[in-house]
Design a protein around this ligand. Structure first.
Ligand code: ADP
Ligand code: ZN
Length: 295
């Protein structure tokens, strides 16, 4: 199996790794996302150093977005309209491909992670499932009928609108929509609503019940539109493992017995789950995207 590189390009940090899968994971580095030039140069330096030991056959990039994932488009491999300063219209895949001289697989962070979970993690054997990340942003991807979800551009599951929690006056953090799902439930929304970082909120804080409200409404919409066989929830905010039972219970309550599947009614613990690949889901997904380039 030829050696592959992967980049999980997040809004807060980049994770770069080389290997061929979870059992052959040879090196990893993490660094903060600063300017495109500085961040891309750091990634290039890591892969050049690794390639001295054994050349890379391809790299994969699973990126925060919005991105252009259409190989037929002139802006394929770009991060497009992101509000993140300096990063709009950045040719991420092109810059890395030119610097490293290898083919580049490119998709959204969540489609990448979904592909990794499908190959090696919590979605093995399924053909329709969703992977959501709740981190700096909130995004969803996955497979439908065995294929990664694309389409017009790619899904933007974080930007659906939901009923507000009755005790929540927070206006929302999305620069485009205010109180969409991302605006109410991604990491920056928790920080904006409570004035402290999500990772510092105690377990008994009312934040978590409100968080579960928004996440469960989002999941109900996705269950009703895509009929996923499983939902994987990753990203920094979901490191709060106590959120899982809250989200599962609220999702069941909102569906109110209408979607007649034992997965939801009897086995919800196995239906709404953390990534099987843990916090390596993103970067292993990027390696899985690289693998698609050499077949
Ligand atoms: P990225 O978006 O760069 O991929 P993360 O998924 O870690 O990175 O998302 C970062 C966001 O998640 C920040 O808003 C941070 O406050 C929040 N976060 C990170 N770790 C935790 C944690 N253990 N508990 C709650 N929130 C967290
Ligand atoms: Zn939005």
């Amino acid at each position: 199996m030829p050696l592959l590189g992967g980049i999980e390009a997040g809004g807060t940090k980049f994770v770069c790794a080389v290997g061929t899968g979870p059992d052959d994971f040879r090196a990893e580095t993490r660094f903060p996302t600063t300017t495109p030039e500085e961040t891309i140069n750091q990634a290039v330096a890591f892969f050049k150093e690794q390639a001295q030991k054994e050349p890379l056959a391809a790299i994969g990039i699973a990126s925060f977005g919005p991105v252009d994932p259409n190989p037929a488009s002139p802006t394929f491999g770009y991060i497009t309209t992101t509000p993140k300063p300096h990063w709009a219209q950045t040719d991420l895949a092109g810059a890395l491909g030119r610097a490293l001289g290898v083919p580049v697989g490119f998709d959204t962070d969540v489609n990448g992670a979904a592909l990794g979970e499908y190959r090696w993690g919590a979605a093995q054997g399924l053909d329709t499932f969703i992977y959501l990340t709740i981190g700096t942003g909130l995004g969803g991807g996955g497979l439908v009928n065995g294929r990664l979800m694309h389409g017009l551009i790619h899904p933007e599951m974080g930007h659906v609108r939901l009923p507000r929690h009755p005790d929540d006056p927070y206006p929302g953090a999305c620069p485009f929509h205010g109180d969409c799902l991302e605006g109410m439930a991604a990491g920056p929304a928790l920080q904006g609503r409570w004035g402290q970082r999500a990772e510092t909120l105690p377990l008994d804080h009312p934040a978590w019940e409100i968080e579960a409200h928004y996440l469960a409404y989002g999941l109900v919409n996705f269950i009703c539109t895509m009929s996923p066989q499983r939902i994987i929830l990753g990203g920094g905010v979901m490191e709060q493992a106590h959120l899982f039972p809250l989200v599962r219970r609220k999702t069941q309550e909102l569906l109110n017995g209408y979607v007649q599947s034992p997965e939801i009614i009897e086995r919800i613990d196995r239906y709404i789950v953390p990534p099987g690949l843990g916090n390596r889901a993103g970067v292993l997904g990027a390696i899985a995207l690289a693998g698609q380039e050499i077949k």
